[in-house]
Design a protein. Structure first.
Length: 294
């Protein structure tokens, strides 16, 4: 740990010497004239690093200079400091820049430590306060759903659910939304392994019906349970994604039909979608749609 701290201070020192006496022409929100010595240099280097990391393809020096607004000499020195610490890497073929091995290592450590329950905590609390209904966070475990967090509703009429409890996939909104975003092979295997117990008249109890429903859910990005698991209960759920754009969980809202009809549920579904998007962001994740449009 002390070695890492020492390296960090050396990097900041190197970045301090890497800057020109005059500030860059462009101010893009990262310049702080009143910052302590060394902070401005670090902010400039982080800005350059962010430009390299955010680029969909390796980026050339001329493009970095244009987008960063930094003088040529300053950019050269900052890139040299980042290269020295392997935060960026340069192509021996065309001299373009891309994220370096040390940056990827740090990102990997961060992703490993991210926790779905912690990432969703704020979002589900706000969702519960807005709707006054029961909110769950769940993951997919084998052929069932596992509830890992819950915010109870504010009404006397409540649902019997608990953290750690398992539930079915095929007839719950959160189970269906997670299954919908599995890879095709994994989804096919899961559907084939499920016991499609018919709990109500609306339960999807055949592989063909379930598979068709999952395709629609994936396209919509939201799933509903309209009394499919229990008579009188409505649910809406949205997926949470990790940095690889894989669905790692879901957030759901559950309410009695007498309190939340289908019209109200559809309105709440957009709030559930927003909560799941917030959890995805806090988890460092991205949706498959965002990946596809890059």
């Amino acid at each position: 740990m002390m070695d890492n701290v020492g390296n960090f201070h050396k990097t900041v020192k190197a970045m301090t010497h890497a800057t020109d006496a005059k500030p860059p022409r462009a101010t893009r929100g990262w310049k702080d004239p009143g910052a302590p010595q060394g902070t401005a240099a670090f902010a400039k280097a982080m800005h350059v690093l962010d430009l390299v990391a955010a680029a969909p393809l390796p980026v050339r020096f001329t493009d970095l200079q244009k987008t960063s607004g930094l003088p040529r000499a300053t950019l050269h020195r900052l890139l040299a400091a980042l290269l020295d610490k392997e935060m960026v890497a340069v192509s021996p073929v065309d001299g373009s820049y891309q994220p370096g091995p040390h940056l990827l290592e740090l990102a990997g450590r961060t992703w490993e430590r991210m926790d779905l329950r912690a990432a969703a905590a704020r979002a589900i609390e706000q969702l519960s306060q807005t709707t006054q209904e029961t909110i769950h966070v769940a993951t997919l475990s084998g052929d069932s759903v596992v509830y890992i967090d819950k915010v109870e509703c504010a009404y006397p009429l409540r649902l019997h659910s608990a953290i750690g409890k398992r539930g079915p996939v095929h007839c719950t909104a959160v189970g269906k939304v997670m299954a919908a975003f599995l890879d095709a092979d994994d989804q096919r295997a899961l559907v084939g392994a499920l016991v499609l117990t018919r709990h109500t008249e609306t339960t999807l109890n055949t592989p063909t019906r379930l598979t068709a429903a999952l395709a629609s859910i994936r396209a919509a990005g939201i799933a509903f349970d309209l009394e499919e698991h229990a008579i009188g209960i409505h649910c809406a759920a949205a997926p949470v994604f990790d940095f690889r754009a894989r669905c790692v969980g879901g957030i759901s809202l559950t309410a009695p039909k007498v309190r939340v009809d289908q019209r109200t549920l559809k309105k709440y579904a957009e709030l559930v979608r927003d909560a799941a998007a917030d959890a995805t962001r806090r988890l460092g994740g991205r949706s498959p749609t965002a990946v596809a449009t890059r």
